[in-house]
Design a protein around this ligand. Structure first.
Ligand code: ZN
Length: 243
């Protein structure tokens, strides 16, 4: 089974469409999403609708959680994120709401674990930004491969069980004996690694292989929607820089 692994779509429909088109050309059977379907941009219902049919594994992100618990929004989000999340609440459909309510903090299949923030505290939405943090997480788990999102930065951490050391691997990995992995496919809707192209991954579970991909999309379509919705243009402009 080949999975399209995505995260942090953030209601950015043009970015998601481009990812699906490229992933279809590469080939996949089902979709895994690591949370943050909503927030920041303008199309929460459309993005969920587009992937729902093929989605087999999904977890909740902090923006999804915020949408379901509006009383927590002022506490946990900056002004721009807040404004966008309230817009998402305004336009959300009953079906999308039901879908978000069905999500849990972790998911698991065939020894693979999926979370939005960190595997040690999935309900806290911690950010894993460094090899040191990744090492701490990987020492605590017995799972061969854990996928996470939240940072919007694609990365593959490889942990050597004997040496207890972490290295980062570029783009592609074949899972090896004696190693454990922590993988972030990056963000579909708002990449933050300086590359504005939408980010995703393809996982072949039987082959034990994972690869990162990027795809260009028409950012102006997303920008135009932000302006039409009356949201702060800064939300859209950051997309051109990939931050
Ligand atoms: Zn996010």
């Amino acid at each position: 089974m080949r999975y399209l692994v995505i995260s942090d779509i953030h209601s950015n429909l043009p970015a998601l469409k481009a990812v699906l088109a490229k992933a279809r050309r590469i080939g996949y059977d089902k979709i895994i999403c690591l949370g943050d379907f909503v927030g920041y941009y303008t199309s929460p219902n459309e993005v969920v609708e587009l992937i729902k049919k093929d989605l087999t594994i999904a977890v909740i992100g902090n923006h999804d959680y915020g949408l379901l618990h509006p009383q927590s929004i002022t506490l946990h989000f900056n002004e721009l994120a807040r404004e966008a999340l309230f817009y998402n609440i305004k336009v959300i459909s009953k079906e999308t709401l039901e879908f978000l309510k069905s999500l849990s903090f972790t998911a698991e299949t065939d020894g693979f674990l999926f979370v939005h923030g960190s595997p040690s505290e999935p309900e806290e939405f911690e950010y894993i930004y460094s090899s040191v943090q990744a090492g701490r997480e990987l020492r605590l788990t017995s799972k061969k491969v854990t996928f996470f999102g939240h940072t919007h930065i694609p990365v593959i951490y490889e942990y050597d069980e004997e040496k207890e050391k972490v290295i980062t691997v570029e783009k592609y990995v074949r899972f090896k004996e004696g190693k454990r992995y922590l993988i972030n496919p990056g963000s579909v809707g708002q990449p933050r690694d300086g590359n504005p192209e939408a980010s995703f991954g393809i996982l072949d579970m039987e082959e034990g292989v994972y690869r990162h991909y990027r795809v260009e999309y028409d950012i102006f379509e997303t920008v135009a929607e932000v302006i039409r919705a009356g949201l702060n243009p800064l939300l859209a402009e950051r997309l051109y820089d990939g931050f």
